[in-house]
Design a protein around this ligand. Structure first.
Ligand SMILES: NC(=O)c1ccc[n+]([C@@H]2O[C@H](COP(=O)([O-])OP(=O)(O)OC[C@H]3O[C@@H](n4cnc5c(N)ncnc54)[C@H](OP(=O)(O)O)[C@@H]3O)[C@@H](O)[C@H]2O)c1
Length: 291
């Protein structure tokens, strides 16, 4: 494949994690990145990105938001990593829609469907030709991209997406963890599992830490204990233990774990997790309709 230039609009938390993977990929054979042009909102962010990736400065240009158009014009692939509420401002900027023609668009904006991406890029009444040549990916990574351990889900219209663009997308997300294609019909619920379930588990970790601190353990020490044991426990699941079987194995008759589990059940914690994720998925389904 020919070397490509990537524009990344919105080089914030997630954008910076992707930038790290793109500029210093684990797989250096499949794709060659000629240049990356990142854009941000403020001078402070521009400095932050330039400093974080100073070792890659010959292949990185950081611009401010008023130069989004320049970034798009110079790129083969455009990644949208701005907040979803900023999308209209970015796409409706003069010249942007025209500059996007023929390029691969990859959006990581939460809740923005491929239909909404097409509306943003092509307008309300695109021709059949524009629709069939439109190349767009909706993706959902998570913050673990920072340490290259993200699970990134992505979806697209496979009837129109070229094989080359599919290859670019899977390469890109594999540099920050593991990319996985799924159909858009289950994207919202799957995306919240990947994008925000981690924050729910962190809330649980916080609660566990408070208990340890209340009993006199230093928070830093308790954090190490809780996080390391949780990581170990979670690794048992892909190794073959179903979560509920594992839970039953741990809860010995008359033991401490069963007491704790019963307490959580009494407080409705299991169904609270289910309700929280369903609420997040509903929000995700509605985001494309919110301006
Ligand atoms: N955070 C997550 O865990 C997560 C997970 C999955 C998906 N996402 C999605 O990823 C996207 C980014 O999230 P984030 O957490 O990385 O947000 P973030 O840290 O706030 O990053 C957004 C970036 O966009 C820049 N920006 C603002 N307006 C811009 C414009 N008009 N043109 C170009 N850049 C502009 C901001 O610059 P300034 O700060 O200088 O204004 C900032 O660097 C969102 O759409 C979110 O839904 C996030």
């Amino acid at each position: 494949m020919e070397p490509i230039t990537v524009a990344l609009l919105g080089c914030g938390n997630l954008g910076s994690a992707l930038t790290g993977g793109i500029l210093d990929p684990a797989d250096k054979n499949t794709l060659n990145i000629k240049h990356l042009i990142a854009t941000v909102g403020t001078e402070d962010s521009k400095r932050r990105v330039e400093e974080s990736f100073s070792e890659h400065s010959p292949r990185l240009t950081v611009l401010l938001q008023h130069e989004n158009l320049r970034a798009i014009k110079e790129a083969d692939v455009v990644i949208f990593a701005v907040k979803p509420v900023k999308r209209a401002e970015v796409f409706e900027s003069p010249g942007v829609r025209e500059a996007l023609r023929g390029k691969l668009l990859i959006s990581i904006m939460a809740g923005i469907s491929t239909k909404e991406l097409a509306r943003l890029a092509l307008g309300d009444s695109p021709s059949a030709d524009e629709q069939s040549s439109f190349q767009a990916i909706r993706a959902m990574p998570n913050m673990a991209a920072k340490i290259r351990e993200a699970v990134t889900l992505y979806t697209a219209n496979l009837d129109t997406l070229s094989k080359e663009n599919y290859k670019i997308t899977s390469w890109l997300f594999n540099q920050v963890g593991e990319g996985q294609y799924i159909s858009e019909s289950t994207f919202d619920i799957s995306a919240v599992l990947v994008g925000c379930a981690g924050s729910l588990l962190l809330l649980a970790v916080d609660g566990l830490l408070d208990a340890a601190v209340a009993e006199g353990v230093k928070r830093t020490e308790a954090t190490k204990m809780v996080v390391n044991s949780a990581i170990g426990m979670m690794k048992l699941v892909p190794a073959g233990d179903h979560p509920s079987v594992l839970r039953e194995k741990i809860a010995s008759p008359g033991g401490c774990s069963i007491r704790a589990l019963l307490e959580l059940e009494k407080l409705g914690v299991r169904s609270a997790f289910t309700s929280a994720i369903l609420a997040a998925a509903e929000r995700s389904k509605g985001m494309s309709q919110t301006k």
